[in-house]
Design a protein around this ligand. Structure first.
Ligand code: TXA
Ligand code: MG
Length: 317
């Protein structure tokens, strides 16, 4: 076991080592942002390509601002309302932020996580922590300490903070102002929904537009992502099980012998909480995980879940 205490985590992080820490979204592989060696280790351990920028985690709003060159005024309002919480704000970086973190981009992703252990750790280490999800590149994100242990076979120390509440990653958002109107782009749907943002801005009578950014605005949010051991197949039509199996074997040129269904219904927040856990639980040898697409999955409320499902899937039937 590689479960460690908060004290141990604080010492290890302070010394420049990596530690997996719980957040309310998913577990993060954390390292201090002011050591190039530490940052490089994050990429190596995850087998993450250097074009994929890291999110910087802070404990206070002032700490976030101290890393930026410019801070859109709207972010004060968003941070007041949604921080600590699952919202990452993209802002122009200053020299305190290594270009390793931002993958050469001129902007940095900042978030103040809500999990009390994450907050305590960041506060005690005293420097912001870069923390991508604690999984190997392209694989399912961990929502429990044991997922991190399995993923890195005990090579990474983990602080156990229980099961993550939100279950999928933070919303990544960018805002700019033109002629008094805010343009808000959602780069990655997540724990804070467009509806929550609209409610806030409408209440304050702020003029804005909000939409999904085109996919290359968020470099690491690649098409193949979150993939579990067993292939995930999205079903758009009614097929019986034998039809599905034969189509999948055919298309993937591999022999599968069973299908397991992952029903996605009920409350989207509940589905998000358990999605990654279920993708892990349902993975088994020679099995295919089948998710049936319903009309309501296209609704805005389901975006954070369906975005992950589509990236986890390798085939649509
Ligand atoms: O909930 C979360 O955000 C979790 C927990 C651990 O906090 N972290 C997380 O980190 O999901 P990661 O590294 O798996 O996702 C980082 C993603 C990048 O792939 C990219 O899509 C976006 O955040 N991102 C980060 N910095 C960016 C930037 N400067 N510009 C555009 N997108 C950025
Ligand atoms: Mg990730």
């Amino acid at each position: 076991m590689s479960i460690i205490s908060i004290d141990q985590a604080v010492s290890a992080l302070t010394a420049g080592e990596l530690v997996a820490i719980p957040t309310e979204t998913v577990y993060g592989l954390a390292g201090r942002i002011d050591r190039e060696e530490t940052l490089k280790k994050i990429f190596t351990v995850k087998s993450r390509p250097f074009f994929d920028p890291l999110i910087v985690h802070v404990s206070e709003l002032a700490q976030a601002k101290s890393l930026t060159r410019e801070w859109p005024q709207l972010y004060d309002l968003l941070a007041q309302n949604f921080w600590p919480g699952p919202l990452t704000l993209i802002a122009p970086k200053n020299d305190l932020v290594s270009s390793l973190i931002t993958a050469g981009l001129d902007s940095v992703g900042l978030r103040s996580p809500a999990h009390p252990l994450a907050r305590e750790i960041i506060r005690r280490v005293g420097t912001p922590l870069a923390a991508p999800s604690a999984n190997r590149f392209g694989r399912t994100s961990p929502t429990k300490a044991e997922h991190v242990e399995t993923e890195f076979q005990g090579m990474i120390s983990v602080v156990d903070g229980g099961a993550c509440d939100v279950g999928v990653e933070s919303t990544v958002l960018r805002a700019s102002n033109s002629l008094g109107k805010w343009q808000i782009e959602i780069l990655r749907p997540g724990g804070i929904s467009p509806k929550q943002i609209r409610n806030l801005l409408d209440r304050r009578q702020i003029s804005y537009t909000i939409g999904r950014a085109h996919s290359n605005a968020s470099p690491g949010h690649t098409k193949a992502h979150y993939q579990p051991e067993s292939p995930v197949v999205i079903i758009n039509k009614r097929y019986d099980e034998t039809e599905i199996l034969s189509l999948v074997c055919d298309r993937l040129e591999q022999n599968f012998t069973s299908i397991v269904r992952l029903p996605l219904e009920g409350e989207p927040s509940q589905a998000a909480r358990t999605l990654y856990q279920q993708l892990r639980d349902l993975s088994r040898k020679n099995a295919v995980i089948v998710i049936e697409k319903s009309e309501f999955h296209a609704s805005e409320d389901w975006q954070m879940v369906w975005d992950r499902v589509e990236r986890a899937a390798i085939l649509h039937l």
